[in-house]
Design a binder for this molecule. Structure first.
Ligand SMILES: Cc1cc2nc3c(=O)[nH]c(=O)nc-3n(C[C@H](O)[C@H](O)[C@H](O)COP(=O)(O)OP(=O)(O)OC[C@H]3O[C@@H](n4cnc5c(N)ncnc54)[C@H](O)[C@@H]3O)c2cc1C
Length: 385
């Protein structure tokens, strides 16, 4: 315990030295590079972008308690937490399924935040029914040649590499002919076409492969055994936010009332509104219940008492709560919550409308709400198909 307290002190001193006040704004997309860059480097130098990874792969080598303490200290001051498809999805999957060469080659750049990854799973016609995917890879010597299309690929226009599901056996049952491959995006044979979202931004793209190439050394898991690897990666994806209350209300220590006040500049008069007050209370209770439930499940799993994947429960509840939180903030803002453009609205009010819209996507990515419920029914409750 004394060690943990000393470690927290160390983290606070690190924050005081490397995280200036203007950087303490949470995980915003618009933080200027000259402000974010030194912070990323300071974290990377300590291995604190991936604090719980082994030091030989660029991690911090911290145990579970120290990792949680580090994250709590960062969140408490709203310091940006550097998370990416590499840190939250591919990295943990490679730690389990990667060869030693793959770990050395890919984990270190992820832990330094120097290589950006995107996720090539969904295809037109293969979203919820992911195993029906048609993008194909054929062996040519020491390489795969990849042909086909992906869609909704977040960050594809900025990504250096892609982790991609491809069909490598065309006769096997659909789940048994899929491989999990890694290959660079910046090559002939890869074309990226950004898609505009409802909030006006273009975070994701269609990606076309026409003879793109990847090394067989970057096949993760066995050939045609990619479905098992993909399922594990999806568990990590669904756990990213759902495994804690971290994404809701800005930080673990912030209440929903603080969140709405910060987001909307809520007057006391709005708090006096019994309907909003009741919704705020219900949301806060739900948030705490989710945090406690996921913590209890993690502890039970560690103690060997349960061995079920409950990431879908976390993802389902989290997605609905994030949407609900934004609905409450929207209603608290009244008519000023409905601005899209024009002089009658402040910049933060226009941004608020867009934030509300973009959270509609939270019950779609990583598997829709309906798919999470199917997974819970099958894998957690053991109900028949
Ligand atoms: C913000 C965002 C980011 C994303 N990023 C990525 C990414 O980086 N990489 C990537 O590969 N994909 C990404 N996706 C795609 C995402 O994984 C798919 O959109 C999702 O899996 C749903 O697939 P679909 O869009 O094809 O919808 P469909 O599968 O066509 O589903 C349409 C509707 O039918 C329902 N439905 C389908 N099957 C069933 C069933 N068996 N039981 C009950 N209901 C069902 C669904 O719930 C949904 O309401 C992203 C999506 C979003 C919104």
């Amino acid at each position: 315990m004394a060690d943990l307290e000393a470690f927290k002190e160390e983290v606070r001193a690190f924050i005081a030295e490397h995280c200036p006040q203007e950087l303490r704004v949470g995980n915003r997309m618009d933080i200027p590079g000259e402000l974010l860059g030194p912070w990323v480097k300071a974290l990377a130098d300590r291995g604190w972008i991936t604090p719980d990874w082994p030091t030989e792969y660029g991690g911090g080598g911290l145990d579970r308690k120290a990792t949680a303490a580090l994250r709590a200290e960062l969140k408490a001051v709203r310091a940006p937490i550097i998370s990416s498809f590499g840190t939250s999805m591919l990295g943990p999957t490679l730690l389990e399924y990667g060869t030693e060469e793959q770990k050395k080659k890919h984990l270190i750049p992820i832990s330094k935040h120097s290589i950006r990854w995107c996720q090539g799973f969904s295809e037109p016609g293969s979203g919820s029914d992911l195993a029906s995917l048609q993008c194909r890879a054929e062996r040519d010597g020491d390489e795969f040649v990849i042909t086909g299309q992906k869609i909704w690929t977040t960050g594809a226009d900025r990504a250096d590499w892609i982790f991609c599901l491809v069909r490598t056996d065309f006769d096997a049952p659909k789940h048994e002919g899929i491989s999990f491959v890694l290959f660079p995006m910046n090559q002939p044979g890869v074309e990226v076409a950004p898609l505009q979202l409802i909030d006006g931004t273009a975070h994701f793209s269609q990606v076309f492969f026409d003879g793109a190439r990847g090394s067989v050394d970057d096949l993760v898991g066995p050939a045609n055994g990619g479905w098992t690897v993909a399922k594990k990666l999806l568990q990590h994806e669904r756990s990213t936010d759902g495994s804690s209350d971290g994404g809701i209300g800005g930080s673990a220590k912030e209440t929903i009332v603080d969140f709405v006040k910060r987001e909307v500049g809520m007057e006391d008069g709005v708090l006096a509104d019994p309907t909003i007050r009741e919704r705020l209370a219900a949301q806060e209770i739900d948030k705490r219940c989710l945090g406690l439930t996921m913590r209890r499940a993690a502890e039970e799993a560690r103690a060997g008492q349960i061995n079920r994947d409950i990431s879908s429960i976390g993802k389902f509840r989290w997605a609905n709560m994030v949407k609900n939180e934004q609905d409450i903030a929207m209603d608290a803002a009244g008519t000023q919550g409905l601005g899209w453009e024009g002089a009658g609205f402040e910049a933060n009010q226009l941004e608020r409308t867009r934030k509300w819209l973009i959270t509609r996507a939270d019950s779609i990515w990583g598997g829709t709400n309906e798919i999470q419920l199917n997974v819970i029914a099958k894998r957690v409750l053991g109900l028949p198909e």
